[in-house]
Design a protein. Structure first.
Lengths: 177, 130
């Protein structure tokens, strides 16, 4: 798990298995427990990072238990490498984002591109009234889509003053890349 | 099949889920005596059924449609109407979907929004080609 032999870890400080940033919290927490017996991590399963012999980190799940015999405290930790589970979670999130983008692209195609293409065809063949009506309907459906997309951001108040400042002025002349 | 210059009109099926767009396409082709619109389909499944029934010279096929999309419909249309030319007419950029559609053996790909004459010219072209 840690790229070390039993002999290499036996009798060593537990901190050799942790990234440096956990050393102080580990010592503080450990001493606090011995002083107060207040259980914070013990009895729970927590996600932490482990450090291999070569210095690389990996995500792990740790379950700690303790017991006392004749006034001495003993601890056991069950450790599981959760690299694969973490990678699967990241992959699933990426998939969700991709699926959402695809849905949004299809919605824009169905409503906006189709509406404008129909309006252009109507103009081409001399159907001005129909073209105007198509443009109006397309405009309102584009607004509805944009409201929908922004709604979630507003709910979480992620849309702050200044977020609507564009890098460039709005332009319909965006050429294809 | 017609060579495009004779008296035979090209029989065309229009497949698009947007009723407005179908109406305009029909209007465009009805006003051109080289074409005879023999059917309108609102989804890919209907496009397959109508191609089978009418054995048209060409199908104008949208891609994003309910029930069965255009990419699914292309091989099915080929199966039920092997002589029918499939012209995809889609809102998606050709760079994105064109190769996909042509690899499924659509004959041509037109982006919606191009000049209306492109539709008629392409239909004539694909039906004239051997």
């Amino acid at each position: 798990l840690f790229g070390r032999t039993t002999a290499e870890v036996l009798g060593q400080q537990l901190t050799i298995l942790m990234p440096d940033r956990y050393h102080t919290p580990h010592r503080t927490g450990f001493n606090r427990y011995l002083m107060t017996r207040e259980e914070r991590v013990i009895g729970k399963t927590v996600e932490l990072a482990g450090r291999k012999k070569d210095g690389t980190e990996f995500p792990l799940e740790l379950s700690l238990a303790t017991w006392d015999v004749d006034g001495e405290s003993f601890f056991t930790g069950i450790i599981r490498d959760v690299t694969e589970r973490k990678e699967a979670e990241v992959f699933r999130r990426q998939l969700e984002v991709a699926r959402l983008s695809q849905q949004q692209a299809l919605e824009l195609n169905d409503n906006v591109v189709q509406g404008l293409a129909a309006a252009k065809l109507a103009l081409d063949i001399g159907q001005e009234e129909r073209a105007a009506s198509l443009v109006e309907r397309t405009l309102s459906s584009a607004r509805a889509i944009i409201s929908g997309l922004l709604r979630d951001a507003e709910k979480e108040e992620r849309l702050k003053p200044g977020d609507l400042v564009r890098e460039k002025p709005a332009s319909l002349d965006r050429t294809r890349t | 099949m017609s060579d495009g210059s004779g008296p035979i009109r090209l029989r065309v099926v229009i497949a698009d889920d947007a009723a407005d767009f179908r109406f305009l396409l029909r209007m465009l082709l009805d006003g051109d005596d080289r074409f005879d619109v023999v059917g309108e389909a609102g989804n890919g499944q209907e496009a397959v059924t109508m191609s089978s029934e009418h054995q048209p010279h060409a199908v104008l096929l949208d891609l994003a449609m309910p029930v069965m999309d255009g990419l699914q419909a292309i091989p099915e249309i080929h199966r039920v109407a092997p002589e029918t030319q499939i012209v995809v007419l889609s809102g998606f950029e050709e760079a994105q979907m064109g190769r996909r559609a042509l690899s499924l053996k659509a004959t041509a790909y037109i982006e919606k929004g191009q000049a209306h004459t492109v539709v008629a010219d392409t239909l004539i072209d694909v039906c004239r080609s051997p």
